[in-house]
Design a binder for this molecule. Sequence first.
Ligand SMILES: Cc1cc2nc3c(=O)[nH]c(=O)nc-3n(C[C@H](O)[C@H](O)[C@H](O)COP(=O)(O)OP(=O)(O)OC[C@H]3O[C@@H](n4cnc5c(N)ncnc54)[C@H](O)[C@@H]3O)c2cc1C
Length: 469
Amino acid sequence: MANDTYDLIVIGAGPGGYVAAIRGAQLGMTVAVVEKREALGGVCLNEGCIPSKALLDSSELFSLARDRFAGHGIAIDPPRLDLARMMARKDDVVKKLTDGVAFLLKKNKIAWVQGTARLAGEQDGAHGVEVTTSEGTQQLRGKRVLLATGSEAAAIPFMPFDGDTVASAREALSFDRVPEHLLVVGAGYVGLELGSVWRRLGSQVTVVEMLPKMLPNTDGQVADTLMRSLKKQGIAFRMETKVTGFAKRDGKAVVTVESGGATEEIACDKVLVAAGRRPLTAGLGLEDLGVRLEEGRIAVDANYLTSVPGVYAIGDLIHGPMLAHKAMVEGEVFAERLAGQASVVDYAFIPGIVYTWPEAAGVGRTEEQLKAEGVAYSVGKFPFMANGRAKCMDETEGFVKILATPDTGRVLGIHVIGPRASDLIAEAVTVMTYGGSAADIAMTFHAHPTLAEAMKEAALDVEKRAIHA
Ligand SMILES: Cc1cc2nc3c(=O)[nH]c(=O)nc-3n(C[C@H](O)[C@H](O)[C@H](O)COP(=O)(O)OP(=O)(O)OC[C@H]3O[C@@H](n4cnc5c(N)ncnc54)[C@H](O)[C@@H]3O)c2cc1C
């Protein structure tokens, strides 16, 4: 196909790009994917969602064995950490999944070109894409081009990433020894998750955050509960504190922080900068073609079409939360709309999850947002302390909170902090997507004993008729 014109060329094989490619191929398009990494799957599979969750799961097992087995009546010698083995397992999980994407591309007869792509302008009525590979350059042509190049960690100018002391998530997912003191810049989900991993494995962890509250778009009670729990786990927080300087001294990193007019130096072994990500638009040739950006992100319409006919964009490159499931759904919907279907992404119901322990998950509006919008609401809440399964698991921290309209009970938002909140939130997303009410949740069977019963009880509590509270 190399000399022919593809129906669709996808640049970037992250969750947005590879899903769009597969859906496009399923719908009968000839598709090529250009990816500059050796492995497919983008940030999510290679240095994001998957390796972080693999390490979160491993480090949680380690800390359970160390700190909690005794409570279950399991007496063991203190467990020893084999970090190299833990990292090898994580790498193996990543490899299996990235290989799985390669298999799916092949199965769907999608051409995979490894190299760095750049838009090369119109060629014979199609879009030219120039691909720089290890062997030189290669030209592809596509009737349509989808940009799905994702994002990269934003650096702090006076403290650039050096691949060692000043780390991004990429390096913090592969440290070869447990840092004695890890300083995390940014109390967003990446900083909290990776801070948790290294804390569980034995690091002293200090999180420095400019804002007064962590996770600003999360329900306030959930964020406060999570902060209390992480503090109990030994993570130190320096809120309303700004990083203003950095130096290396006597083999240590020394980070200058400023809070309330006072300046202080904090010595540490590693710094994880997790202060946001920025869309990867550089080098794509966007300026030459006239692709319009809005606040650094590529501007698109409802079909994901940019300001240039035939050039589309999805995922971290465009508006909305930078999340893998958002990119994947955009990939599907993009391809379906290209094929003439009327698919849409419902941006109001994108769940957000923090995979700490306890986990925090939410969908829809928070109480703070409802108050700010002046929307009347009722609250139903149920603590895991009163949930039988949570008691069996010895995981009783947290609660389920349901916000609903006072008249019809239509669900406005559901927020969960507790064990497996990441899985529990799926029910909330389904109910909200179908315009369901708290009564709909309450009337549905929830098997006993399960964590999901907390969702039913919170729904009952919206009408103040919870049974077990
Ligand atoms: C530590 C961490 C943990 C995360 N955890 C989660 C999580 O648990 N859940 C969640 O939903 N999200 C999570 N995310 C966010 C998630 O990874 C991103 O939102 C998602 O990967 C974005 O998908 P994408 O397809 O837009 O782009 P990406 O995944 O960034 O993929 C873009 C791909 O394009 C390639 N590329 C870039 N430029 C070019 C070019 N010029 N030519 C060819 N190829 C190019 C890149 O190499 C990359 O492979 C996490 C992120 C990080 C950093």
